[in-house]
Design a protein around this ligand. Structure first.
Ligand code: NAP
Ligand code: F7E
Length: 378
């Protein structure tokens, strides 16, 4: 019934495009939903039923489904359930499907490898199979990851052979491969973005960058006096997440489906991130940061750095926000969230370099002020 009602709206709407976003409550899903809404899309997000609120990243864009002209719809569901996925695709027949849902934490994947394989790996196949069986002309985006490169020497490009180093990376290699198989075997429009680490004020609190910037804010607020981390020598190519969701959208606008590496082309160690974040806040990191074996992994990925030449040439995509800018944005946001006055350089960078749909007000302040859990009332 709901599907029928929506289909009618769609047909009456003329050129209105319909997108499904799995993982809409995550960092990338929330930014992508905002980007698509700003482009006039009808957006359908998949959320998991939870006994606690899990919608804090999208509460500020929540729309009451009872109101006219609603553009954002939320559907409860889970990537583990084939029948539910089939119903979703049959009832919505979306123009574009951005598959972002995953058990996305690398260290956690060593603790729950089977679940990670099921959701992060098989979940992709379930969606592709549903599109194939339904005959929908859906353009499919797979959230592939630089973790797939593992121990392959840098810089890593689309031609680099994957050498995964975690159950998470292995599951992503499977999902990446099956996306290509459905593209070449069945002619589906199925594309992958191989995204290097991208961060933001909405990054999950247990990923290292956000763990560091939240800790800086808590130390400034006098609520904490130490930060425990694992391997400080690992190097990552860290970019700014809103720019990466723009790349996702661009990837699905190409005439032919393909795979693209998305990253800045720069690499920095965890230690450098710590130094920069603490220094930006006027703190001496060595007084606060300690290491703990608790945060080490059975296997580590030592160095990741993107060769994004193909994305530059074919998509015209290149990152604007550099490493120091990213740190400033994230520290400012966590300091504001802690109720303190931020330094302000991060906010200025966003206004000058990004602006439009991803302004400071939209990306940070509205989110901090949003009533947590509103979208859960769906
Ligand atoms: P994230 O913040 O961890 O978000 C993951 C999303 O997946 C959340 O909305 C989560 O829902 C949902 N999810 C998890 N298990 C699910 C299940 N069984 N059924 C339905 N939904 C489920 O991840 P992200 O940083 O936004 O990343 C988005 C995607 O890109 C992920 O696939 C990730 O692996 C991949 N990726 C990320 C990066 C990066 O640097 N961020 C780089 C490369 C690739 P809840 O909110 O309910 O937990
Ligand atoms: O770790 C080291 C850790 O958990 C980065 C996911 O989005 O990006 C992410 O995966 C590095 C690693 O991200 C701590 O050992 C030190 O070397 O922030 P992370 P990740 O593992 O790179 C890829 C591209 C994805 O696809 C994933 O979904 O930092 N590190 N100390 C630590 N890491 C954490 N989490 N916590 C620490 O205390």
């Amino acid at each position: 019934m709901v599907g029928e009602r929506l289909r009618t709206r769609f047909q009456q709407g003329g050129t209105l495009k319909r997108a499904v976003v799995t993982g809409i409550t995550g960092q990338d899903g929330s930014y992508l939903a905002e980007l698509l809404l700003s482009k006039g899309y009808e957006v359908h997000g998949v959320i998991r039923r939870a006994s606690t609120f899990n919608t804090s990243r999208i509460d500020h864009i929540y729309q009451d489904p009872n109101h006219p002209n609603v553009k954002l719809f939320l559907h409860h569901g889970d990537l583990s359930t084939t029948e539910w996925i089939l119903n979703l695709i049959y009832s919505l027949a979306p123009d574009e499907l951005y598959h972002l849902a995953a058990q996305s934490h690398v260290k956690v994947s060593f603790d729950i490898p089977e679940y990670t394989g099921d959701i992060t790996g098989l979940g992709t196949m379930r969606l592709l199979e549903a599109i194939r069986r339904s005959g929908a002309k859906t353009r499919f985006y797979q959230a592939s990851s630089s973790e797939m490169f593992g121990s392959a020497p840098p810089p890593q490009s689309e031609a680099t052979v994957f050498q995964p180093r975690s159950p998470y990376a292995a599951a992503k290699v499977y999902a990446h491969a099956v996306t290509r198989i459905y593209r070449e075997g069945y002619g589906l429009y199925a594309a992958s973005g191989i995204l290097f680490n991208h961060e933001s004020p909405r990054r999950g609190e247990t990923f290292v960058t956000r763990k560091i910037t939240r800790s800086v804010a808590a130390i400034l607020a006098g609520r904490e006096d130490s930060l425990y981390l694992g391997n400080l020598d690992a190097r990552r190519d860290w970019g700014y997440a809103p720019e990466y969701v723009e790349a996702m959208w661009q990837i699905l606008q190409q005439d032919d489906a393909d795979d693209y590496v998305i990253g800045t082309g720069e690499t920095h160690s965890v230690r450098e991130f710590v130094e920069e974040a603490f220094a930006y806040a006027g703190l001496d990191w060595q007084k606060f940061v300690k290491t703990s074996e608790r945060y080490l992994r059975p296997l580590e990925v030592d160095v990741l750095v993107a060769d994004p030449a193909k994305a530059r040439a074919k998509l015209g995509w290149r990152s604007q926000v550099g490493f120091r800018d990213l740190v400033a944005i994230m520290v400012d946001a966590d300091v504001e969230a802690a109720g303190l006055k931020p330094h302000g350089r991060g906010k200025t960078i966003l206004e000058e370099k990004i602006g439009h749909w991803n302004s400071w007000h939209n990306s940070v302040s509205r989110l901090v002020k949003a009533v947590s859990g509103q979208a859960s009332q769906h």
